[in-house]
Design a protein. Structure first.
Length: 574
């Protein structure tokens, strides 16, 4: 090694070779590409995979004598400090303010030799710039995060232009103006805060909003693709106003702070209608709010878009076109059960049959289908609704959820008297769904006679198509998920590094994985004999059941999801 090597007097390629990050042949290949494309050598080297962006930043800092902006510094930027310069200026000049003192300003720049930008910074702030080097992708992510936070916490004159909010339930609707101009001076900041929370949740396709009081602040999280993400942390002093505002929108008792309360309101825009279900629960630090967002317009799913594999679609379509019987879809809350049932009804509906549903809540509005909303507080329960629906001459019935013995008995009777019945049940897998149905008090001989199909399902996050890349999984990863090298057959798997489109999570959207029990004679015989779960599982597997884990493996192999996501959602097949 040459001890007198001076990086500040050397070219980028020479430095990379000196620190063993690049070979001579790779450098020559990159130089040829550079001549054709006219791009900077560093850009060519990164784009062709010869070096990483971090390697390039290291070389720039060695060559130009500047320090690197480390990840810890970029992750802990104060948005107030960053807002020293406007977002437009920061993005145009690829610069981000990190720290500020009375005389200087510390900034991260992609090109630390951009004299024009440095002079503009000094004129804009009146401070002397202290420049650190940062890679372009790292800088872009930091700009997105910091200025996104600034937008959320800043003043917004009119967040919901063109939006109408309907307060209360269907019995007593009342329009509420959410605009800050029509709020009192002391309430206006809270109105803006509620608007920003709702706006962010709708924009990010969130299904739930959690407002959680802590000892020192309030955490606001939204559930995107099944996973909670923090969007803001307003001070604890805002909690009382937030709770009161949402109670007013939901027609709840603002004076009652000791008991749980449930309410609802509706948001209407020019494009969609969103039903907001509100649940308020007292905790030791104050009242926690959870809002469930239900987009009631435009059901666009079909059986193929749900994620069912070809072999399962064939079985499923065969069952849902039968004239009678019971079809049960199980899974935890938020696993897509209702969406699967809606897609089934959409597949089979026509002018020759009468389809009626009983739901709580009605999640989507479907043309050509009679949908009944349950109101338990006035006695319109699942059981009461179903008794009246029998007089409505139905051919096909959808029961939103089988919750008790009364509903289970009615579902069985409907299915045994020439009706096709769809419903959901809370259970962990397909086999335990049968056990759960028996636990509700339905005799085994009736379960065996009426059930045509049992299917459990989960939703897994899909790999972001904008930033996904191939990789070779380790033996440990494959062993954890139960995937063999032989089954891979030389195929690489996919993962995503995170980008603006997926909020740096690496995932965008969700798809279903399914466990379906073919109701063969052998399976029915075991149900008649009240066999235990292990016996039914063994028989179902022998008859061709695809487990949730196996369905997840198929999604890994077709590049829909990742090993980590399948491990998060499913358990080992035992």
């Amino acid at each position: 090694m040459n001890v007198e090597f001076n990086p500040q007097a050397s070219k980028i390629g020479e430095i990379l070779i000196h620190i063993n990050k690049l070979s001579e042949s790779q450098l020559q290949e990159a130089l040829l590409v550079q001549k054709k494309t006219k791009n900077k050598l560093g850009v060519v080297l990164v784009k062709n995979g010869f070096i990483t962006e971090d390697d390039l930043v290291t070389v720039y800092s060695m060559q130009l004598g500047y320090r690197k902006a480390d990840d810890e510094l970029l992750l802990n930027i104060d948005p107030k400090i960053a807002s020293t310069i406007p977002e437009e200026f920061a993005r145009q000049n690829a610069v981000l303010v990190l720290e500020k003192s009375n005389s200087s300003i510390k900034v991260a720049m992609e090109d630390p030799e951009d004299i024009t930008c440095i002079d503009a910074l000094q004129r804009l702030t009146g401070l002397v710039p202290d420049v650190l080097v940062v890679g372009p992708n790292t800088l872009e992510r930091a700009l997105d995060e910091v200025y996104g936070e600034i937008k959320k916490s800043g003043e917004v004159k009119e967040v919901f232009e063109g939006i109408t909010v309907i307060s209360g339930d269907d019995e007593k609707k009342e329009e509420v103006d959410l605009s800050p101009e029509n709020a009192s001076q002391e309430d206006a900041p809270i109105v803006k805060l509620v608007n920003m929370i709702l706006q962010e949740a709708i924009k990010e396709r969130a299904t739930d909003i959690h407002i959680e009081p802590q000892e020192k602040n309030v955490i606001v999280r939204i559930r995107i693709d099944g996973v909670l993400q923090t969007i803001m942390t307003p001070p604890n002093t805002s909690l009382s106003g937030l709770v009161t505002r949402i109670k007013i929108l939901s027609k709840l008792n603002i004076a009652e702070k000791r008991l749980p309360q449930d309410g609802r309101f509706t948001i209407k825009t020019t494009e969609k209608e969103i039903d907001v279900r509100v649940s308020i629960l007292p905790t030791i630090y104050g009242e926690k709010i959870v809002m469930r967002l239900l987009d009631k317009t435009g059901f666009a799913f079909n059986l193929k878009s749900l994620g069912l594999d070809k072999d399962l679609i064939q079985i499923f379509q065969n069952v849902i076109t039968r004239p009678y019987g019971l079809i049960i879809v199980s899974g935890p809350t938020g696993s897509g059960k209702s969406t699967t049932l809606y897609a089934s009804l959409k597949e089979i509906k026509n002018d020759l049959i009468n389809i009626t549903t009983v739901e709580d809540p009605v999640e989507y509005h479907l043309d050509g289908i009679n949908q009944v909303q349950v109101f338990e507080h006035i006695g319109l329960t699942f059981g009461a609704s179903l008794k009246f629906i029998l007089r409505q001459d139905p051919d096909i019935l959808l029961i939103g959820e089988i919750r008790d013995q009364e509903t289970a008995d009615i579902a069985v009777k409907f299915s045994l008297t020439g009706h096709l019945v769809f419903s959901t049940l809370h259970a962990n897998d397909a086999v335990s769904t049968i056990t759960r149905f028996l636990d509700l008090g339905v005799p085994p001989f009736l379960v065996g006679a009426c059930v045509n199909l049992v299917m459990a399902q989960r939703l897994v996050r899909k790999i972001c198509p904008h930033c996904r890349e191939e990789y070779d999984p380790s033996d440990e990863e494959l062993k954890l998920v139960g995937l063999s090298r032989k089954r891979l057959n030389g195929k690489k798997l996919h993962q995503a590094k995170g980008c603006r489109e997926c909020r740096n999570t690496g995932y965008l959207g969700r798809t279903g994985i399914f466990e379906l029990i073919p109701m063969t004679r052998k399976v029915r015989a075991l149900i008649y004999d009240s066999a235990n779960e292990d016996e039914m599982r063994s028989c179902a597997l022998a008859e061709g059941m695809v487990t949730l884990r196996e369905s997840g493996l198929r999604k890994i192999l077709d590049a829909s999801t990742t090993i980590q996501e399948v491990l998060r959602i499913t358990m080992d097949d035992i």
